[in-house]
Ligand binder design. Structure first.
Ligand SMILES: NC(=O)c1ccc[n+]([C@@H]2O[C@H](COP(=O)([O-])OP(=O)(O)OC[C@H]3O[C@@H](n4cnc5c(N)ncnc54)[C@H](OP(=O)(O)O)[C@@H]3O)[C@@H](O)[C@H]2O)c1
Length: 279
């Protein structure tokens, strides 16, 4: 049966893919974002009701992260607004190994609505659609936690799992942990991208503190510096976060996308070979 689904963060890394798949499957999709009509803005709780009106389910990606101060209040308000608007289900994107995000997960679990929690590892697409793209294009990547073993997951896999969670009842009440099929360190990732693109990309291991200082000197606001330090130290430093999960296979009936496949697909677009004008 076709559904009416709100995709909050529908222009972002997973949301855009979720919206695309849902539309292809014939569902009616409303994008939740600041430039949409009706507009949805996490910082404006008064915008939640009109975005939720008439919807049956919602894919919820909170920006910038469920661990930041204010996230619990926003998720509480959203669940209340979703109940009043008559939604049946929420699918919440959360972070694997993020203790702070679990408080937000519990709010959704206790909402009284059907729910699925999608707990994701770090996305592959952070290297091609986010903050790590520019350093790769510039050929100089400096990161902390260089030795952490990370089961990076592909945003396409997360989106396909989220669509199943939104459209099929059998996943209700589940926490689906989505990871890639292998673990890599940041250093290995940079070496693989350099090898596939045939470029020289330097990797420098720095401390979390030094990385925070670099962000501050680049003008990054203090609350983002705190968030990145938290994500590097608490999430990547947490052994639970390094475990590989097979939930992608259970839900999709196929193996999770390998990092190599992601690299080859992305290298073909040419994005890693583009010059950075600001450097
Ligand atoms: N990146 C990762 O590796 C990773 C791993 C695990 C979990 N997660 C989780 O994924 C979620 C999204 O993170 P992401 O880094 O992947 O970002 P993203 O989804 O690519 O974020 C961008 C989206 O956020 C929306 N947005 C930004 N500010 C907003 C606001 N004030 N109100 C409403 N929408 C707003 C943007 O929409 P408009 O600009 O159109 O308004 C855009 O659609 C976070 O909760 C994060 O914890 C991320």
């Amino acid at each position: 049966m076709k559904k009416q689904i709100l995709v909050i963060g529908g222009t972002g890394k997973t949301g855009s893919r979720v919206a695309q798949i849902l539309k292809t499957e014939g569902h009616q999709v409303r994008i939740g974002g600041r430039n949409e009509s009706p507009s949805f803005d996490w910082s404006k709780p008064e915008s939640y009701g009109s975005a939720l009106e008439g919807m049956e389910a919602a894919y919820v990606t909170y920006y910038p992260d469920l661990a930041v101060p204010g996230a619990k209040e926003a998720i509480t308000r959203l669940t209340l607004a979703a109940k009043s608007a008559g939604l049946k289900k929420l699918v919440l994107l959360s972070g694997k190994g993020e203790k702070e995000a679990e408080a937000c997960e519990r709010i959704v679990v206790r909402s009284g609505l059907d729910y699925v929690l999608v707990r994701a590892s770090w996305f592959n697409q952070n290297f091609s659609e986010s903050f790590l793209l520019e350093p790769i294009q510039a050929g100089q990547v400096a990161l902390p936690m260089a030795e952490a073993q990370i089961p990076f997951v592909d945003a396409n896999d997360i989106a396909e799992v989220a669509v199943k969670a939104l459209t099929e009842d059998q996943w209700n009440g589940r926490t689906l942990t989505v990871t890639g099929p292998e673990k890599l360190t940041f250093k290995q990732v940079v070496e693989e991208i350099a090898s596939v693109t045939d470029r020289s990309i330097q990797f420098q291991s720095v401390s979390v503190e030094a990385y925070g200082e670099m962000m501050k000197s680049a003008g990054v606001p203090d609350d983002y510096v705190w968030l990145f330090s938290y994500l590097f130290r608490e999430v990547l430093g947490n052994a639970d976060n390094q475990e590989i999960s097979y939930d992608v296979k259970e839900v999709l009936g196929r193996n999770a996308t390998s990092f190599r496949e992601y690299i080859e697909r992305t290298a073909d677009t040419g994005i890693w070979n583009q010059m950075v004008s600001s450097i």
